[in-house]
Write a protein that binds this ligand. Structure first.
Ligand SMILES: [Zn+2]
Ligand SMILES: [Zn+2]
Length: 806
């Protein structure tokens, strides 16, 4: 056994192992191994934002602890890493940074700008994932913007189309006028804003009917007036007509039991589309649809003199005119919920458009049933997915009118309009670039490309199958469904949901067998960490001070799985101190084991049996917690054992024996060898670098601790008697030491004599441990007397007393 050096530069040591793991291929998944069970991690490919923040650090520590633990349990672990490149975030960032709009440059030029942009950000994130010691198999690395990845996404599109799970249709959708694209429900952020509600008159044969609206600008697109059938005030008007103020069109007055007679005036205008309630009413009463705005959110001709204005400006101008004309009867402040684009915060509009959709609503029951069947860490997160799935009322709008995304693989016959989808062998394809050479049923030979691209979630919701090797590896189902989908609580409604519907639709099978949820990271002031609040901590700052193993302890122990946790420098510093403690204890052990001969066994003494029994309990607790992804309790149990049981008590008590000779020394040596090996293994998933350094120096120079076996709980080593007696001995040692300290004597100074008084059982225990007590405290003469007495009392064992003569 080699001796650990006294001085160790932890930061350099960590980077050394990161390089060596990669050269040794320690974390490679073996695609051909059929002897071990598979554990596949559906690592969510992050959007490379150019920053790896403490929230990312928390997530990846979770993924990595799971991967490392499962390897030690004998699994063949697939821990892939990809980068989710496509989509609005990148386009918006490029538009801002370069001062262009997507329409200012040709699509391929814009696409290249996006690719270059994202590549530099991938570099930043990848460096951080490596620097934190993540045991990713880098041979699996992929980018969703690569042709190979796009081929798979487009293939799934074709397969879903064949299954009638994808269709093109004219439906109302959420629209961001700034990004000029359709967006899905999951991309709409809801916020409460202070707005105004206006009361305006509609005119009927029977006089005025007042309605309350927050958006008079929608008056030109008003197609009906709804009232509750039971509302006495309006019953006589049902079936008649009302004239819309300013714009003058006549609309039917209809009975609609969805109208709340208590809200506003009890009469509601139905527009196309002010909100989702309008969408429901238009479909139900088969009302016409009036297009009010174009893709940029500019008012169209139907808005009369307001045409050409952006919708907000049009509203202001119209309200002003109506006020002057006396058409605003009342104006009140109102807190209202508005939907905002998740990327740019622009208020979304509901418009009708011809788009591609995936049938998701018809899968809701399957999603709920599957969510109930699989495992959730923690269990209460299950309901989030169920609530989201059951709350949806529209299919998933897949198409986007953007550039940097996977193209929809379709053309249309120029003569008859029939869809010509790409064939699997034609993939990947961008129909805007590649023209198609084919003959339509109608004889037409000219085809127009579909210019839409797909929602970026359509790329990233296929990872469970793609990580497994679909569609190219014949045995891809060996890795599918994913064993675990790890995710943030904020993206259950997107990532966990889309993965689930997508894989259910494609393969009629769950995407993943379990979900591991992490919370958000807050600043030390208890607020969400953000650069603008000044409570933001960048990962390079943490790495350069404390490396990876110390902050990984913060991530593991900072809070229970799934809850939000604050970032605390104190926790990282505690982790750092723990590492020094562990290092020093192991260094001492490595020195004292220089002449250790494992074949020459000795009978363990009381404190040897005591520490081994406590170790077994720690193994049991840490293992149970690890199985439950309860990283906080794993690390608490293990660190407490190492620091406050092993270092503080056992090592101190065993020192004299270890410096001595004979059976007492042998017994202590074999106990140390056994205990240190197991306790560093328990820490290995949490602090992989320092435990690797200790392991390779002391136990196995050639093989990683991550490929060694996790300690098994050994019930035969549980020794309740030794634990009870050992506790009393340890308490006696601590209290006598405290007494020495109180009298101002050096802890190393020897004592002439000590008399310990204790009742029957305790005296027996103390006699068993008398050698340890004498050795540890350097007592020349120790008397253990059954019966009370003495001039000092032990706090925890009031029946034991002692007299110390220095
Ligand atoms: Zn937007
Ligand atoms: Zn045709």
């Amino acid at each position: 056994m080699n001796v650990l050096p006294r001085k160790m530069d932890f930061l350099q040591m960590e980077e050394k192992w990161q390089r060596q793991w990669e050269t040794e291929g320690t974390h490679r998944y073996d695609w051909d191994d059929d002897s071990r069970p598979v554990y596949s991690i559906d690592t969510p490919p992050p959007y490379p934002s150019g920053d790896f923040h403490m929230g990312n650090f928390l997530n990846w520590t979770y993924f990595d602890m799971r991967a490392r633990y499962k390897r030690m349990r004998g699994y063949n672990v697939l821990f892939p890493q990809g980068w989710d490149c496509h989509g609005l975030p990148t386009e918006v960032a490029v538009e801002k940074a370069k001062g262009v709009r997507k329409s200012d440059v040709p699509p391929d030029v814009f696409r290249r700008m996006c690719e270059e942009w994202i590549e530099q950000y991938i570099g930043v994130m990848k460096t951080a994932v490596i620097r934190m010691g993540c045991s990713v198999d880098w041979t699996t690395e992929y980018r969703t913007m690569e042709p190979e990845y796009m081929r798979k996404v487009q293939l799934s599109f074709l397969l879903l189309y064949d299954k009638d799970m994808i269709y093109k249709g004219e439906h109302p959708i959420n629209w961001c006028p700034r990004c000029e694209t359709a967006i899905a429900d999951a991309e709409v952020e809801h916020e409460t804003k202070r707005g105004k509600i206006y009361t305006v008159p509609f005119f009927t044969e029977d006089g005025e009917v007042l309605i309350a609206t927050t958006r008079p600008v929608y008056l030109p697109a008003c197609v009906a007036l709804g009232v509750h059938p039971g509302d006495e005030r309006y019953r006589r008007l049902i079936g008649g007509k009302a004239k819309v103020p300013v714009f003058g069109q006549e609309v039917p007055i209809i009975a609609n039991d969805e109208v709340d007679p208590e809200f506003g005036t009890g009469a509601m205008m139905i527009c196309t589309y002010g909100d989702k309630a309008d969408v429901v009413a238009v479909a139900r009463f088969n009302l016409p649809v009036v297009r009010l705005i174009d893709g940029k959110g500019t008012l169209l001709e139907v808005a009369g003199k307001y045409a050409g204005m952006p919708i907000q400006e049009g509203q202001e101008a119209l309200v002003k005119d109506m006020q002057e004309a006396g058409l605003i009867k009342e104006e009140q402040d109102l807190d209202q919920e508005v939907g905002l684009c998740w990327r740019c915060d622009t208020p979304i509009e509901v418009v009708t458009a011809r788009q591609w959709f995936m049938r998701t609503i018809s899968l809701t029951d399957r999603v709920v049933e599957t969510a109930k069947r699989i495992t959730w860490y923690p269990d209460w997160m299950r309901q989030r997915l169920i609530d989201w799935a059951t709350g949806l009322d529209w299919d998933w709008v897949l198409s986007r009118q953007r550039v940097f995304a996977t193209p929809v693989p379709a053309w249309y016959c120029t003569s008859c309009g029939k869809i010509r989808l790409a064939k699997p062998e034609e993939l990947p394809v961008d129909p805007k670039v590649t023209s198609i050479d084919d003959v339509c049923e109608c004889g037409g030979t000219e085809f127009t490309p579909d210019s839409d691209v797909m929602d970026t979630w359509f790329d990233s919701s296929l990872t469970c199958a793609i990580h497994a090797g679909w569609p190219d590896r014949p045995n891809w189902r060996k890795q599918f469904p994913a064993s675990v989908h790890p995710s943030g609580q904020d993206i259950i409604r997107t990532w966990a949901y889309y993965l689930m519907v997508r894989h259910l639709a494609l393969f009629d099978e769950t995407a993943y067998d379990s979900v591991l949820i992490n919370g958000m990271v807050f600043g030390s002031d208890g607020r969400m960490m953000s650069k603008s609040l000044g409570n933001y901590v960048a990962t390079p700052e943490v790495f350069s001070k404390y490396g990876a193993d110390a902050p990984r302890q913060w991530a593991a122990a900072g809070g229970s799985t799934g809850t939000d946790i604050p970032f605390r420098w104190e926790d990282v510093e505690y982790g750092w101190r723990f590492m020094r403690k562990l290092w020093n204890a192991c260094r001492f052990t490595s020195m004292r084991l220089q002449d250790y001969d494992p074949t020459n066994r000795a009978e363990p003494e009381l404190l040897d049996r005591w520490i081994v029994s406590k170790l077994q309990r720690t193994v049991k607790r840490a293992t149970e917690a690890m199985e439950d992804c309860d990283f906080m309790n794993t690390s608490e149990a293990t660190r407490n054992f190492i620091w406050h049981v092993f270092c503080d008590h056992y090592l101190e008590a065993a020192k004299t024996r270890l410096y001595g000779d004979g059976d007492g020394k042998k017994a202590a040596q074999q106990t140390l060898h056994y205990t240190v090996e197991r306790m560093i293994k328990l820490m290995a998933p949490i602090t992989p670098h320092i435990t690797e350094e200790i392991w390779r120096t002391m136990y196995d120079p050639d093989n990683s601790i991550n490929l060694s076996a996790w300690p098994e709980y050994d019930e035969t080593m549980i020794d309740e008697e030794a634990e009870k007696a050992g506790d009393i001995v340890i308490a006696a040692i601590s209290d006598i030491r405290r007494e020495k300290n109180r009298r101002g004597v050096s802890l190393n100074a020897s004592m002439k004599s000590v008399q310990l008084y204790a009742s029957g059982d305790d005296a027996k225990a103390l006699k068993l441990g008398s050698g340890d007590i004498k050795d540890t405290l350097k007592i020349e003469s120790l008397d253990i007397v059954a019966g009370g007495g003495g001039d000092a009392k032990l706090e925890d064992y009031p029946e034991i007393g002692f007299t110390v003569t220095l």
